[in-house]
Design a protein around this ligand. Sequence first.
Ligand code: AMP
Ligand code: ZN
Length: 467
Amino acid sequence: MVLKLYNTRTRTKEEFTPLSSDNVRMYVCGPTVYDYAHIGNARPIIIFDVLFRLLRHVYGDDHVTYARNITDVDDKINTRAAEQYPDMALNEAIRKVTEGTAAQFHADVAALGCLPPTHEPRATETIAEMIALIEKLIERGHAYAADGHVLFEVSSMSDYGQLARRSLEEMRAGARVEVAPYKRDAMDFVLWKPSSEEEPGWDSPWGRGRPGWHIECSAMSAKFLGETFDIHGGGVDLVFPHHENEVAQSRCAHGTEIMANVWMHNGFLQVEGQKMSKSLGNFVTINELLTGWKGYAWPGEALRFNMLRTQYRQPIDWTFDALDETHKTLWDWYGALGDVQPADAPPAAFVEALCDDLNTPQAIAELHKLYAAKDYAGLLAALRLAGFSGRREALARQTVGEGDDAALALDADTVETLIAARIAARKAKNWAEADRIRDELVAMGIVLMDAKDPETGEIVTTWEVAR
Ligand code: AMP
Ligand code: ZN
């Protein structure tokens, strides 16, 4: 099976050849933890999770290393912490914000069916490596210290701008930034900056300070993946300046020709035809979708599948109608699957579609064919490869009250009555009716658990509200 990936670095779709098939290495820029992740942020997390799973399928589970960082030092975090906890010492407030946001992020992406990456370094735990990298850049004549800051000198690198395909001249002309007096060139960017007493800071050869954003990823990727690795990913907005600057730092510090072989960028997501923005009121968080958006608490699997209906490089319009249709499709499929066991291997046509630069719309077309052909074992194996359970319990979609956004209180009596009716139907061997009642309960957001009583051998059903 040939894996092809579109490479931003070369602007072509290329056959993927890892540096070492024993250890395929991928880095993805992770979240800055100051606020809930929105559904746009979920896109790279889901896309690269699918790629991680595909690489594991092709090269073996133990032969893929995936690193995704957590940026827990950033001025946006400081601002948010001061606003949210005005009476607290800043460092304590910052810790509260970053810990809380990181925990929320983990819960959100787990609900979306994403595997934890192999390494998830935090910027604050990698400061020594960042300082070492900056020292190397100064030593090699690519950076200079000025006024408590350290800056990367873009003119010291002959092919700066190579990834974004922009010349320094163009960049300078387009720059709208006020040029700080300590900069030699408007495009020189910060590697290190001074911190005030209250701001988070670490001792360094240039005084107490904190790192710039770009250097974090250069240090963390080198620490966990090496100086040169296979794949680097993120949203298309990161190509310039973030990724361009990562390339500049890493290549100049290590004296390498390449930082990552393949650069992959996902397109942007908008909601109901509009760019997400706080002022338009259409800033949709993952958490909101999971707990209550347009009348429903959406199951994570439906969110994940809906994201994959569009190829990752295309823009995607996130709409209620599409999500509702996605839910319906999965509901039908999972119902047909029942408790079938997956085939030993996912069907080749499905894997081939994924191997074609993650052509998920084509892969989904293959799923439709498997469903139509009643190849349920194949369908389940394909779904599992892409991170779906194939079980209806995972599709419970609770109705959420319109006005107050509170989950509708479930009437326990109704649930118990339905469960009793289902038990009666099973006793009468009326399996269709028993399944119909189970589906009705699942649709209400109820998860049923059947267990055999070891003494009587009778089936005992317990239930809980799906989360
Ligand atoms: P940020 O929190 O803006 O640093 O973004 C974190 C990640 O989410 C980056 O990879 C961004 O490129 C990506 N991202 C942010 N907004 C969107 C969006 N609307 N659509 C797709 N990806 C996004
Ligand atoms: Zn990064």
